[in-house]
Unconditional design. Structure first.
Length: 356
């Protein structure tokens, strides 16, 4: 797997007239090497594949990164990188300009004397956009663990609990299900706070008659799941039912219409049209979804501005929502994988309005 990814990167280096690529993004480092440690640099040339790390990780790196020569770098990693560049005869080096700070760039210019630095961010991300079967398997498992946590929280939610306690219960349930961690900070937004699309859990206590939006996910072997469900504590009002019904219709319209070859803009419109026709267009202010994998937000987008083209193997969220200030909100989010003929919906959790 790592050998194939090296081959694809080398093809892109040749096409871009680059002698090498320095990978500093930790997610790209893990993708390229399989190394899960927290520190290291990857240097790829046409003839070499180096993983440079410190003494804490050399044994781990040798075990995990079989396709790479593991090098223990000096106290200043740039010294070891510079020596490797000289040995490999690198004259034009691609670097991840969308990850490297300006201060690091200035340091590279000084320390890699005689080497031209060329912006090359996106090379690895383009590969990461298409998930292989192992990656999809990890995402599928993360979704399963997430849904186990959802089943647990439905038996726990009640008026009087604080949003922070709900968040803690969800994250504990994710760990208890077998995940090493949550994929991101859990969102719990109840009542009027449901109008906050990214309303992280607060000290607010849940009250009867409120909608509660839960946005959470497990991580499996570094791959994320991303699930949102909105439930009601007690009998919902007519407006709550109205909003929920519109968002559910929008969610289903998107899932029925998404397919390979479609632009992110056209995918977004599948759901946005439903919400706009019901008079809530201004209350759906974010895009329909985003790619995810090793990171919870990856570059491909389903949005009004997106010209991204959906391709088989992409993993995406589908998450329409309506947010009404002073009242609350509803979001329903599923995880999908684009296939050769359409999509596969990975999430199976109940999407009908759940009344507790």
């Amino acid at each position: 797997m790592e050998a194939r990814r090296l081959e694809l990167v080398r093809q892109r280096l040749a096409a871009s007239n680059l002698d090498g690529l320095l990978v500093t993004n930790p997610h790209n480092r893990k993708y390229m090497t399989g190394f899960s440690g927290s520190a290291g640099y990857v240097l790829v040339t046409q003839d070499q594949a180096l993983l440079l790390t410190d003494f804490r990780y050399t044994d781990q790196a040798a075990e995990q990164a079989k396709a790479y020569e593991v090098v223990k770098h000096a106290a200043r990693p740039a010294d070891t990188i510079a020596a490797a560049l000289r040995t490999a005869g690198v004259r034009r080096l691609g670097f991840e300009h969308n990850h490297v700070t300006y201060a690091s760039y200035e340091a590279y210019r000084e320390q890699f004397a005689g080497v031209e630095l060329a912006p090359a961010g996106g090379i690895v991300e383009e590969l990461r956009a298409i998930k292989d079967e192992r990656e999809i398997g990890c995402i599928r498992k993360a979704v399963e663990l997430t849904e186990l946590a959802f089943e647990h929280i439905l038996g726990v939610l009640k008026p009087g609990m604080s949003e922070l306690n709900v968040s803690a219960e969800l994250e504990y349930a994710i760990r208890r299900a077998g995940a090493p961690s949550s994929a991101y900070a859990t969102i719990v937004a109840s009542g009027e706070r449901g109008a906050l699309p990214h309303g992280l859990a607060s000290g607010k206590r849940l009250a009867r008659g409120e909608l509660v939006t839960l946005d959470f996910g497990a991580s499996c072997e570094g791959y994320c799941a991303d699930l949102t469900r909105t439930v009601c504590l007690g009998t919902p009002s007519e407006k709550q039912k109205e909003l929920y019904g519109i968002v559910l219709e929008a969610n289903r319209a998107a899932l029925e219409g998404l397919k390979p070859g479609m632009s992110g803009k056209d995918g977004d419109s599948l759901a946005r049209t439903v919400i706009a026709e019901r008079g809530y267009g201004p209350n759906f202010g974010h895009g329909l979804g985003h790619a995810f994998g090793l990171e919870i937000h990856e570059p491909v987008r389903l949005s009004q501005q997106s010209d991204d083209i959906l391709r088989p193997g992409m993993a995406l969220t589908v998450e329409p929502g309506i947010y009404v200030p002073g009242f609350g909100g509803v979001r329903i989010e599923d995880d999908i994988v684009v296939t050769e003929t359409g999509i596969e919906v990975l999430t199976k959790a109940n999407k009908e309005l759940i009344v507790l």
